[in-house]
Ligand binder design. Sequence first.
Ligand code: SF4
Length: 602
Amino acid sequence: MSERMAATVEGPGLKPVDTMGDIRGAEAPRSLREATARTTTEILDQKRSRMTNVMVGQEQQQIPFGNDKQKTPQQQQQQQIPFGNDKQKAPRQQQQQQIPCGNDKQIAPRNDKQIDIEEEDVTPFDKLREECGIMAVYGHPDAARMTYWGLYALQHRGQESAGIASADGHELNDIKGMGLVSEIFTDEVLARLPGSMAIGHTRYSTTGDSALLNAQPISVESTKGLIAIAHNGNLVNLGNSKERLERDGAVFQTTSDSEIIVQLIAHSRCNMLVDCIANSLAQVEGAFSIVMMTRNRIFAARDPHGFRPLSMGRIAGVDGAPDTFVFASETCAFDLLHAKYERDVKPGELVMVSEDGVTSRRFAPETTPPASCIFEHVYFARPDSRIFGRWVQQSREEMGRQLARESSVDADLVVPVPDSGVTAALGYAAESGIPFNFGLIRNHYVGRTFIQPEQRTRDFGVRMKLNPVRSLLEGKRIILIDDSIIRGTTSRKIVRMVRAAGAKEVHMRISCPPTVSPCFYGVDTPSKRELIAANKSIEEIRQFIEADSLAYLSLVGLTYSCTTKEAANGLSPASFCTACYTGVYPTQWVDVEDILPAMVGA
Ligand code: SF4
């Protein structure tokens, strides 16, 4: 046991937590047993208590609109853009300049020599990664299983670890493991999570060590009672809050930023738990959509800017039974449960569900400017989800349509980079009138790692995942649609692959603006020097990826695409965080060194 862990159990305000529980005798699946062994030696040397806690496992210019086929993308990006067919509804001017964040000290000046292009196929796909999906169920006899299904639908939001905590009014149990939801939870494991309430979490880490130690839900027993928390997002004033808590005697169990919220609750001087929670949430800054559970209540909250999505749904009770309430990062999780979407948890709102029903209060003023992550609509969320009050599929298809209006090119076929480019490609094809087809086939059965050939062959990793359909591509002028270019290495491999399959021309179109700044709000982003668009012009990127032409969707076109036609919840272009495209961050300051330590040496 590390000194850090040893000290954990003695912190004022916190009682010891037993992380062994009774899972050790269970017939666990292989991954479960391995995880148990790891945690036994590394983590689980803690004292017993009543609670069972088991760990098992730039466009900077205004851009013109229209089918100006004679102009290059670069030329087009220097003109004004109207939107779609709705010229009256031009969104407000977005931040036109790239303004570095005050604490973004390590952002390097533009210097092409600093780009360190990784040619090996160790990480074959070059995407930003969402870090978490969260789920909560209140008032169902099999709450843990319902949470499992919800997490199953949210698996795309994190594949590193998963956990479920349940409560039956007396005891609180939690089980966490490394791997996919389906690898960790079996019938036997779920049977050890009794109760009518549960919260769950699936994780790809951005803050804290990438380890079982930081898997969630995090459970602690405090003087305010048992609390389990599952968090999606990143806090940005870690240093400040952490120092203050440590001065007050807190000793942290994990290196996850999520624990700060629980520690703040544990050290709150308020009398009522709900006041402690509201008071604690008001002290932290950054991105947090959270679900929390005590022995008999569920809480759900979103940060005042509303960076990450969180929706509430309801399953009607049968034969007079009370309704079940569910919360999830995305509404796709409701469908499997036959839950009906009710509403989003509002930014700055704390919702409580107890035997007295659903109550709501604010912990932050409604005047905080909204900053919902626009990249959720571009890439993270599933198209069958409704987030921030709007269907993702609708936004994504409109991005493709607007991209076609802004940067059309004569071609024979529109081909998506699967899977994330599919919906935008459908929109592009519909708007441009150019046929759509699946010219690249994705192998969905490639795991996160695979055996490399003895002698490395070029682009092997990408070819394991994608294969061109030669009969569709040969002799054709192809428009490739993708949702982003991060480092550029994967895009180059795909362009080469399509050309090698016989394409006459390859035109790359990207359904969002160039990614020029890192994200500090819960998304795994490479350092600025690795972001190709932060270091090269669009023409230089085109040369790098070896495409015949390259164009990105404008920022104004993107916000238009995410708001046009149906602007529920008062959604407007100003509702979104677009910092990774502008460098303009919605929070006052960002404690970069705590959040992305890897960047410091970048
Ligand atoms: Fe989303 Fe980009 Fe803002 Fe991060 S910086 S919250 S990825 S829009």
